[in-house]
Design a protein around this ligand. Sequence first.
Ligand code: ZN
Length: 141
Amino acid sequence: MNRLERPSHGLIFEGNTLEPVSLEHNMVGFCSRCDQDLESLAYHCTESKWLISAKCRNDHLVLMCYDRQWNWQSDCDLEIYTEKASISSIAGEKLQAVFTQAEIRDMIACQQGLPYTRQNLYRARAKYDKFEKLFGIRIDV
Ligand SMILES: [Zn+2]
């Protein structure tokens, strides 16, 4: 399985990690599973190929392979791997854009093994997807 890592957008392809050439979001075709538009997430290249990571609206992922003259070669599997981050490594302004003070306090307390209010953590966890969408960071508490 080929893997696009977030937030770095490195692509693990045939055992190598490739740095992104571009992170442009373009319409790059149609999803073979649901016919929705495919939007590019990142562009990578090797000596002989261009590789476009793309996603449709239904979150189907595909890695489109082209030769260096942009002749289509094949569609390959792709998965996204989001690195999990500890609360203390995330800038406060980012946290405050999504979470309340009480939620942030209790996420930190939970991570440090201190007493916390369960409801605040539940409320915070319900927003992890939103946070990941905004900042490409998966919180791990
Ligand atoms: Zn699809």
